[in-house]
Design a protein around this ligand. Structure first.
Ligand code: NAP
Ligand code: GLV
Length: 323
């Protein structure tokens, strides 16, 4: 009799979806993911890997996993995985789209409000006993209602941000490689701008929602940040390396940026020291999808992808190369 396929589950997933694997498969869990002793002990037998964004799945790792057939990422972003290397080895990659869209859009909007209206800075000031009473000029920020919001990547999350923007009376611009249909643009109230630089020159706030790829790494370079509208706000809930963090710190110190809200960093969990000392940046610890319901749904989707694949059915959300 063939032994049950071995499924390695990285970290601790919220909810109880992992329990569905018991009985059907041989399950090994490792708190510190692919760096754990549990993983090292079973790697040659692993057929399915439930991976986290903190697990780097590259050529070197794949070379040590001779039986691996599926990587089920508990995330929509798959930049932690070498997709080409997986494709060469016939390894299927899956992700968790949709179930985290609204949660991540909520956080992007929260960061925009917090950065523009100096909410986190005000909280720090209150706790330090720095509030000596209302004055007409105290802690003036940037008006959010009615601002022009530029969205880089009007995909699932970008569209959810655009829907929220309508409630705030914003004028929404977007840019990406493929223009949406006129019908979708009308429904979202979003106007296409072909060039990122044009959008940056016009937008009072910019929210980043494209994936991290070779094309988007350091898209927000020093030169590009310098071209942003004076007094504007930058929000990044996509991936840290899309923005040059050192250049961002300078743009916050010397202009043109008034403020920024970040959930993601170039070298997580490290944050550039120049950002840590700035009052005009709000720093969140990569919690875009971290409402309980969304995180449980992500875990459930990753587990469903593994169960379906190992039972010979197509996964719910297989990642296709090139998109
Ligand atoms: P999605 O639906 O695939 O949307 C991505 C959008 O980015 C698409 O509209 C795509 O349009 C655009 N895009 C891709 N490459 C581009 C490029 N080179 N230049 C400009 N636009 C480009 O993905 P999603 O579900 O919204 O997720 C987006 C990203 O958010 C994920 O990849 C992940 O990194 C991040 N995320 C972060 C968190 C968090 O916890 N902070 C949570 C969830 C997701 P075109 O293909 O037409 O260009
Ligand atoms: C989280 O960062 C995700 O990509 O789902």
């Amino acid at each position: 009799m063939n032994p049950q396929p071995l499924v390695f589950v990285s970290g601790t997933l919220p909810g109880n979806s992992v329990e569905q694997l018991f009985g059907c498969f041989n399950v090994v869990r490792g708190e510190s993911g692919i760096r754990s002793a549990e993983f090292a002990a079973c790697r040659e037998r692993v057929e399915a890997l439930v991976a986290l964004v903190t697990d780097r799945i590259d050529e070197a790792l794949l070379a040590t996993l001779p039986r691996l057939r599926i990587v089920a990422n508990v995330a929509v972003g798959v930049d932690n995985i070498d997709l080409a290397a997986c494709a060469r080895r016939g390894i299927v990659v899956t992700n968790t789209p949709d179930v985290l869209t609204e949660a991540t859009a909520d956080l992007a909007f929260g960061l925009l409000l917090s950065a523009a209206r100096r909410i986190a800075e005000g909280d720090r000031l209150m706790r330090a006993g720095g509030f000596s009473g209302w004055t007409p000029t105290f802690m003036l920020g940037t008006r959010v209602h009615g601002m022009t919001l530029g969205i880089l990547g009007l995909g699932r999350i970008g569209q959810a941000v655009a829907r929220r923007a309508r409630g705030f009376g914003m004028h929404v611009l977007y840019t990406q490689r493929t223009r949406l249909s006129e019908e979708m643009e009308r429904a979202l109230g979003a106007a296409f701008v072909p060039a990122l630089d044009e959008m940056l020159a016009r937008a009072d706030a910019v929210s980043i929602h494209c994936p991290l790829t070779q094309e988007t790494r350091h898209l927000f370079s020093r030169e590009r940040l310098a071209r942003m509208k004076p007094g504007s706000v930058l929000v990044n809930t996509a991936r840290g390396p899309i923005v040059d963090e050192a250049a961002l710190a300078d743009a916050l110190a010397k202009g043109p940026l008034a403020a920024a809200g970040l959930d993601v960093y170039e070298e997580e969990p490290r944050v550039h020291p120049a950002l840590l000392t700035r009052e005009n940046v709000v720093l969140a610890p990569h919690i875009g999808s971290a409402d309980r319901a969304s995180r449980e749904a992500m875990a459930g989707m990753a587990i469903a992808n593994v169960m379906r694949f190992l039972s010979g059915e197509p996964p719910v959300s297989q990642v296709t190369m090139g998109r």
